[in-house]
Design a binder for this molecule. Structure first.
Ligand SMILES: Cc1ncc(COP(=O)(O)OP(=O)(O)O)c(N)n1
Ligand SMILES: Cc1nc(C(=O)O)sc1CCOP(=O)(O)O
Ligand SMILES: [Mg+2]
Length: 545
């Protein structure tokens, strides 16, 4: 394999070889590369590992390197990036100057380099492999190394998202590998059986994935999840390319398959599209498990790729389930009111009543600095009003009060409780909303299985003061419109005068506070905002038809 690597990536690969030599290993393994990355906080990938919680010494010792004497093995270990040094062509892995007498690459090590290459070249065939590509290949395709990273403190999911964002990872065409990993299926009877099993489960996995993708794309209409599913399909195809398709085809015998006519009553009965979705997630998990188990006989590395895919599919299943539940809870909600800071309970009752009459769908009680008993009294009042109107009620910041008041959910900012901890307190049913102020927070909230997002502040706000650098503008609204899975509400300084700009940028739900609280007639303003939101929704669905 002749891979174009950035100088920094090349040094990491060389360092991995030297590490293998230092530990007297006959082969250079992926763990040697991970150790090289972990021990180079100045490289971009090393920096990312450190930012995501790596306790480098713990990882190095888990990888079998003694921290005291390891670690910068050999000379010239400075791996300061840039990815590509301007004016300097990327070095080649097998170019002259490569250290000699070092243990050759294990199959797994070569597979990691292959992976890194295919990630780097997804969009551009000439793109060199950088340290970030190497790190992504390691964590995405080696479950044991991923586990070691988790044990050494790394938040792996967030790390993967950060790398993907950094390298603009996206779904490109499937590249045919020059030298794919092939299962060497010969002519023996065992091989024939193995080929039939792998052929059937490969087809099953592909088909189930397609059924799931169709649901997410057409029923859920969710761009971010559709992209993630495409990514799984892409990786599944790459993994399946490791099986010798000619052998599999030769072994295929559909008319002779004793299983084709056996169908359980449950398989015939699917009452609604969601039942089809659930059944196909199950089918996909099973097919991946079969691939993983039977590949172990011949190629542990390939088996590991199916294993990682299976775990990713479990996570995706949860994300799809959350997206369905969120859309059901908030699918038709367009106008969201944040209310708080009013002098009396009577003022609160009046404003919320007016807003609900004007068509507000969600009310959030957002109090700051009031005594808990007052908070709770107000929350119970808003609960009553919203329940009568059939609207949703959310409590800002406080899970305890949300529970006590019987709210439908809670809203959390970036420094409030995490979604995971709020779920511990509230259980699975209540809605959890998260404030987001940049693309990575949006991605994180989606991965954390939040039910909806606040996206802002779009404009300066009279309700909460923000530095000008904190105002996200319409750019983040456009980003959310293009990518976001969940119901999301643009907010911050939105009123009748600038709503058109927000709609133009792609928002179809907005949250307001001052626009209603400072209005002479909150009912009229709410009605006008709501009508314009619904009109925008109607126009965009006409355009889609
Ligand atoms: C719908 C919605 N979006 C964002 C926020 C802001 O939450 P947070 O950042 O926690 O700030 P506070 O509101 O707590 O001051 C929100 N409340 N609602
Ligand atoms: C409390 C709050 N949080 C925001 C965020 O973007 O996180 S914007 C905001 C204030 C929303 O009120 P108004 O509509 O009056 O600007
Ligand atoms: Mg908060």
């Amino acid at each position: 394999m002749r891979d174009a690597l950035t100088p920094a990536a090349q040094r990491l690969v060389d360092q991995a070889h030297r590490r293998a030599q230092a530990r007297s290993s006959p082969l250079t393994e992926p763990g040697d590369l991970l150790a090289a990355l972990a021990d180079q906080p100045e490289s971009k990938a090393g920096e990312l590992l450190a930012d995501h919680g790596l306790r480098a010494e713990e990882l190095l010792s888990a990888l079998g390197f003694s921290v005291a004497n390891s670690d910068r093995v050999g000379p010239d270990e400075s791996v300061a990036e840039p990815n590509v040094v301007p004016g300097e062509p990327p070095r080649d892995a097998e170019a002259p100057g490569k250290p000699t007498n070092e243990p050759p690459d294990s199959l797994d090590f070569r597979a990691v380099l292959n992976e890194a290459r295919s990630i780097a070249r997804r969009w551009d065939r000439n793109h060199p492999v950088s340290s970030e590509h190497l790190l992504l290949a390691l964590v995405e395709y080696s479950l044991p190394l991923r586990t070691l990273l988790v044990r050494a403190g790394v938040q792996v999911e967030a790390l993967v998202e950060a790398i993907r964002t950094l390298i603009h990872e996206d779904i490109g065409p499937i590249e045919v590998e020059d030298e794919p990993f092939r299962l060497d299926l010969g002519d023996a009877a065992d091989d024939h059986e193995l080929a039939r099993i792998l052929d059937a489960s490969g087809n099953r996995a592909r088909e189930a994935l397609r059924v799931i993708e169709d649901y997410v794309r057409f029923a859920l209409d969710d761009p971010m999840l559709t992209r993630r599913l495409k990514d799984v399909r892409h990786r599944l195809s790459q993994a399946l390319a490791g099986l010798d398709d000619q052998t599999l085809l030769a072994a295929r015998d559909t008319p002779g398959d004793v299983g084709t006519h056996i169908m359980t009553p449950e398989e015939r009965l699917r009452e609604h599209p969601r039942a089809v979705l659930t059944a196909n997630f199950k089918r996909l998990g099973e097919a991946l498990r079969t691939l993983e188990e039977y590949c172990k006989i011949r190629n542990v590395w390939l088996s590991g790729r199916f294993e990682v895919l299976r775990y990713d599919v479990y996570t995706l299943e949860k994300m799809v389930a959350t997206a369905i539940r969120s859309q059901r809870g908030l699918g038709k909600a367009r106008l969201y009111l944040l209310v708080g800071g009013l002098p009396t309970l009577g003022d609160l009752t009046w404003v919320v009543g007016e807003a609900l009459e004007g068509g507000v769908d969600v009310v959030q009680l957002r109090e700051k600095g009031v005594e808990d008993r007052v908070w709770l009294e107000r929350a119970r009042e808003v609960r009553l009003l919203t329940a009568r109107a059939g609207a949703t009620f959310v409590v800002n910041d406080r899970c305890d009060l949300a529970r006590l008041a019987g709210a439908d959910g809670v809203h959390l900012g970036q420094t409030d409780l995490t979604v995971r901890d709020a779920r511990r307190l509230l259980g699975g049913a209540p809605l959890i909303g998260v404030s987001t102020h940049d693309p990575s927070q949006i991605r994180r909230a989606v991965l954390d299985a939040a039910n909806y997002l606040g996206v802002g502040p779009v404009f300066p706000s009279g309700t909460k003061s923000f530095d000008s650098s904190e105002i996200v503008g319409l750019g983040l609204v456009r980003h959310a419109a293009e990518t976001t899975t969940l119901p999301w509400f643009a907010l911050g300084g939105i009123d009748e005068s600038n709503l058109d700009d927000v709609l133009e940028a792609g928002a179809r739900r907005v949250a307001v506070s001052g626009a209603l609280l400072r209005a002479g007639s909150p009912r009229k303003v709410a009605r006008s905002l709501k009508d314009r939101l619904e009109q925008a929704v109607a126009i965009s669905s006409d355009e889609e038809d």
